[in-house]
Design a protein around this ligand. Structure first.
Ligand code: FAD
Length: 438
């Protein structure tokens, strides 16, 4: 006999776990099916290189309302990496050195001009399609908008490297509106956007947040349970998972990342508004590397240029005789972040005095349950697909950071989307059960 439940949630990342918590705690029977042998999805905390490292999502901020509410709710402690004492950047092949303020002053004119129309285009980050003319600007990629600024070589390299750190992709594939949305989420201030996306982290690891939500969820969470198909009808759906196990549910919530959604076997098929952006893929295709170097060293920040294997590196942990750096590059084809020699060579762009001891990272592009890092849209994707990506289809509902309103691509967006999906389902199911039989 097929097992039955009220709601099946596919995926135990933040979006799925929040959906499960909200519904389970309102009395719905919830089963969460997670393909991996662990919770968290793109939140992936491990002890490596002698530290607690975030192989996936790292930073959060009080300007991100949904994630900060969770920090408060569970009393999680926040900390930050060491303040940088020196900063390196490139002018052509020449290495420049200064402090972080020097670098920020270098990129300030470019950032300010690039983002000056933020509130015109995205007056309401919580409703990103508010400006009816947004498609006019959504056709541009970030590179062409930077090129229009006609910056000096120093400024151009520096601005581009900073954006690779943010967007984890070649800039000519990234929609300019991503930059507007991030800045709109920071009330139009690019310095705040910079801080919101890359400074503060949970002191004991981001898995603390994942585990707190899971422990708080009145739900049956099943790991090692990859979903292979969904057959849905007007009154429910049959979900097949694992070794041909089946479960019937009144509602199903799908939280798969954009890049893999089109591969899920769903009948009747999902709408083109969901399948097309999945086949087009997100722009995000870069790397995050963790690098242990010999110490002692001073905490530093370094920016190169967008075409280098690593465009940004900086110290996240400083010990007495070692330090651990984090690095980002635009294209996973340019560097294997688990190869010490390749990483050592990438660092030589700035410094030949650092000895790499060990490296690690997760290859998200090759991960069958993600195939992307954090979501960055391609030109046109926001205005063409955003509404369709969020919309429910019959008994199927959708939650993912990739399709969030305010901080899409962040923890915050995952939580926002989970709250929305749960609210919709609870309202629909309650309304249906309240309707008197005629
Ligand atoms: C390297 C990296 C750095 C990042 N840095 C930051 C940062 O600093 N700050 C920040 O806020 N965000 C950051 N992010 C983004 C953030 O981690 C994600 O946006 C967020 O965690 C996504 O949550 P989600 O629940 O929407 O998706 P996911 O976490 O991807 O969850 C989807 C879940 O579905 C599961 N799944 C997939 N297919 C199936 C299937 N067929 N059956 C069952 N389960 C399935 C997956 O295993 C996964 O657990 C980063 C991400 C990466 C990868």
């Amino acid at each position: 006999m097929t097992e039955t439940t009220d709601v099946v949630v596919i995926g135990a990342g933040l979006a799925g776990l929040v959906t499960a918590r909200e519904l389970g705690n309102r009395g719905h029977r919830v089963v969460v099916l997670e393909a991996r042998d662990r919770l968290g999805g793109r939140v992936f905390t491990e002890n490596r290189l002698g530290r607690t490292l975030e192989l996936g999502g790292n930073w959060l901020h009080w300007t991100q309302p949904h994630v900060w509410a969770e920090v408060t709710r569970y009393g999680l402690e926040v900390s930050r990496g060491p303040r940088s004492e020196e900063t390196y950047w490139l002018a052509g092949d020449q290495v420049r050195r200064g402090n972080l303020d020097d670098f920020m002053n270098l990129i300030d004119p470019g950032m300010t001009r690039l983002l000056e129309d933020t509130t015109k285009w995205i007056p309401r980050p919580d409703a990103p399609l508010t400006n009816p003319d947004l498609a006019e600007v959504d056709r541009y990629n970030l590179q062409e908008m930077l090129d229009k600024l006609d910056l000096s070589e120093d400024e151009r390299n520096a601005n581009e490297a900073a954006w690779v750190g943010h967007f984890n992709a070649p800039l000519d594939q990234c929609a300019y509106v991503n930059a507007l949305r991030w800045t709109a989420g920071s009330s139009g201030h690019w310095h705040l956007m910079h801080e919101a996306s890359a400074i503060y982290r949970l002191k004991d690891g981001n898995d603390g947040l994942v585990n707190a939500i899971a422990a708080d969820a009145n739900a049956d969470i099943r790991l090692d349970s990859p979903v292979t198909s969904i057959r849905h009808h007007e009154d429910g759906a049959v979900v097949t998972y694992g070794e041909d196990k089946r479960i019937w549910a009144q509602k199903v919530v799908i939280t798969l990342p954009q890049n893999i959604l089109h591969r899920l076997d769903v009948e009747p098929a999902l709408s083109e508004g969901k399948l097309a952006p999945s086949r087009e893929r997100t722009a995000s295709q870069g790397v995050k590397a963790w690098i242990r170097v010999k110490g002692p060293i001073k905490p530093f920040f370094a920016y190169s240029a967008q075409d280098k294997p690593l465009s940004v590196i900086r110290t996240e942990f400083v010990g007495e005789d070692d330090a651990v750096l984090v690095g980002f590059g635009a294209d996973a084809n340019r560097i294997d972040v688990t190869d010490k020699d390749q990483v050592q060579a990438a660092i030589r762009v700035w410094r030949d005095d650092l000895e790499v001891l060990e490296v690690t990272g997760h290859k998200w592009g090759e991960d069958p349950y993600a195939e992307e890092t954090w979501q960055i849209q391609r030109p046109g994707q926001l205005t063409k697909y955003h509404a369709a990506q969020q919309a429910s289809e019959g008994v199927l509902h959708f939650a993912s950071s990739d399709t969030a309103n305010i901080w899409a691509g962040f923890f915050d967006g995952a939580i926002e989307s989970g709250l929305r999906a749960a609210r919709e389902i609870h309202a629909q199911v309650s309304a249906a059960s309240a309707t008197p039989a005629t």
